[in-house]
Design a protein around this ligand. Structure first.
Ligand code: SAM
Length: 332
């Protein structure tokens, strides 16, 4: 009890402001690493509050940069904060933060795309999937260049319960450009592969919009804060790779009727017949556009596709790009 009171009242030792740190270490935004920085600590506090209570939590921050969000996380009374930053220019400033928060901040100079978070925190934090949420969070103002592959990988981890999800239903809160795409509802223009993949595995909400001018340099689009809470029971109970295949193909031609993209799941010779069978089994109207398909529609499509793949495993091995390539080679 006494320990938790000490932790929750933790404050950082006095530090230069983020703009002073930028000046001191002559930091410069690198476009290739999508460095759109947040310097306003009131805003970073607000973002961090949206992640819920972080008291005594173990937090993994992706791309801390000069450390704005990092400070807000430390001030939220966490047990430990682990940050992974690729750009070496930010490491001395982060080291300064670490000195001001003894024993709280672990800095890894590395790449989030390869970092293994499942081994980073104590085993004792692990919870069963259906139990309460573990006190482990991922937070990040995601670098634009890697945000989509990163989110897809973490969603795959939710599905297979590995990576950050090895601790149980680890919550993730991201600051992401085009946050609307993650939370877009059926029929919305922003509906995409990312919306379906996020929404069949997690509860996702767009809870705060951050205008472009809050960042230095200003990005082209506004962004939003989106917390993800993994569901105890996914809305589609099929292997992640199968769902991904169906969703990716459905959105192949996003302005056309859905049968057009879904047809690409099947070899050209049997496309018409197999697509018809898939849509009949799933009871989905072939003239709906991909953006009009609900998660429930995708559930029916995935279940029907699974049935067809069980009957004929060639379906799952088929790749229309490979077929096109072979054809053009023959012609060549
Ligand atoms: N969190 C800081 C803020 O809000 O001001 C910086 C956010 S900036 C959008 C993205 C950060 O991620 C940058 O510091 C960048 O160097 C870092 N970054 C980009 N790609 C990375 C990668 N693959 N692994 C680790 N960090 C990366």
């Amino acid at each position: 009890m006494a320990a938790s009171r000490t932790l929750s009242t933790f404050r950082l030792l006095p530090l230069p402001t983020i703009p002073e740190i930028i000046k001191l270490f002559r930091l410069q935004a690198v476009k290739q690493l999508s460095q759109n920085l947040l310097l306003d600590l009131r805003l970073t506090d607000k973002i961090v509050r949206k992640a819920g209570s972080l008291t005594n939590a173990y937090v993994y921050e992706v791309g801390p940069g000069p450390g704005g969000i990092t400070r807000s996380i430390l001030n939220a009374g966490v047990a430990e904060l682990l940050v992974v930053e690729k750009d070496s220019q930010f490491i001395p400033g982060l080291q300064m933060l670490s000195d001001a928060a003894p024993g709280k901040l672990r800095i890894v100079h590395g790449d989030v795309l390869t970092f293994k978070i499942e081994r980073a925190f104590p085993e004792s934090l692990k919870r069963q999937w259906k139990d309460d949420l573990p006190n482990v969070h991922i937070i990040g103002n995601l670098p634009f260049s890697v945000s989509t592959p990163l989110i897809i990988t973490w969603l795959e981890n939710v599905s297979y319960r590995n990576g950050p999800s090895a601790y149980g239903r680890t919550q993730m809160t991201f600051q992401k450009e085009v946050a609307e795409r993650l939370t877009a509802s059926t029929g919305s223009k922003q509906r995409s592969r990312l919306s379906i993949t996020a929404q069949y595995l997690c509860d996702v909400q767009h809870i705060l919009t951050i205008p472009g001018q809050a960042f230095i340099p200003k990005p082209e689009v506004d962004s939003g804060v989106v917390p993800f809470t993994p569901l105890t029971q996914p809305r589609i109970e099929q292997p992640f790779r199968l769902v991904e295949r169906v969703v990716q193909n459905a959105f192949q031609f996003r302005r056309k009727y859905c049968h057009r993209g879904l047809g690409m799941l099947f070899s050209e010779a049997r496309r018409l017949e197999s697509t018809g069978k898939l849509l009949r089994l799933a009871d989905v109207d072939p003239t709906l556009r991909p953006t009009q398909l609900s998660v429930l529609h995708f559930k029916s499509l995935c279940d029907a596709y699974r049935k067809m793949c069980d009957e004929d495993p060639h379906h799952f091995a088929y790749n229309f790009r490979e077929e096109l390539k072979q054809k053009s080679e023959k012609r060549g």
